[in-house]
Design a protein around this ligand. Structure first.
Ligand SMILES: [Zn+2]
Length: 203
């Protein structure tokens, strides 16, 4: 089940980003922001199972290592594929949450691709399926796990801090509401740190 942790790389960074966005766009539900930040990877899972997209571990002795894979997600993680999937994700919230939240959620879904870009090893095509033979994108930060992990940690802490601050502001002086805000902020931070820790351990 190494594959499951492989596809979870950068999950903590995406998660921290979504928590930060919640602070700025309170009308969009947190669960939808979290889902949106992972949406491309969510679609990736059935395609992985179907064999349309796949993972190629660099070190077969440590197949779950943090960032230790070339990811052949030629549809979900192609630039054009990511734009289409993100637009569909945002549009699905239009009727229920309104235009502003739909746009925010679509942008959060696309932020996954932008956040993946510095980390992936030049494995993200421009067109779905790598059509046209255009150069693949990705700056390969995973070659430097300490740097990549440090950047993710920063995103997690900054996102949780923004969310925490916003939750406290919304809670106002009410003691019960403040306790809830603290609990939510701590939970967001703990979940982010736990996810990052598990990835770094390669479990
Ligand atoms: Zn991804």
């Amino acid at each position: 089940v190494a594959d499951r942790s492989e596809e979870a790389v950068v999950i903590a960074g995406h998660f921290g980003f979504a928590a930060g966005v919640k602070a700025r766009a309170p009308a969009a539900p947190l669960w939808a922001l979290m889902l949106g930040s992972q949406w491309l990877d969510v679609v990736f899972v059935p395609l992985l199972v179907a064999g349309v997209e796949r993972l190629e571990p660099l070190d077969v002795s440590r197949p779950g290592a943090y960032g230790g894979a070339v990811i052949h997600a030629d549809y979900t993680h192609s630039l054009v594929g990511a734009l289409v999937l993100s637009a569909l994700f945002g549009a699905s919230f239009l009727a229920r949450y309104g235009g502003r939240s739909a746009v925010v959620l679509g942008l959060v879904a696309f932020s996954h691709w932008l956040l993946d870009l510095p980390f992936h090893r030049a494995d993200m095509p421009v067109l779905p399926g790598g059509a046209g033979g255009l150069p693949k994108l990705g700056f390969g930060l995973w070659e430097l796990p300490a740097v990549a992990g440090g950047i993710e940690l920063l995103i997690v802490v900054a996102g949780a801090a923004m969310y925490w601050t916003a939750a406290r502001a919304v809670a106002g002086p009410d003691a019960a509401m403040r306790r809830r805000a603290h609990a939510c902020g701590a939970a967001v931070l703990a979940a982010g740190l736990l996810t990052l820790g598990l990835n770094l351990l390669g479990t």
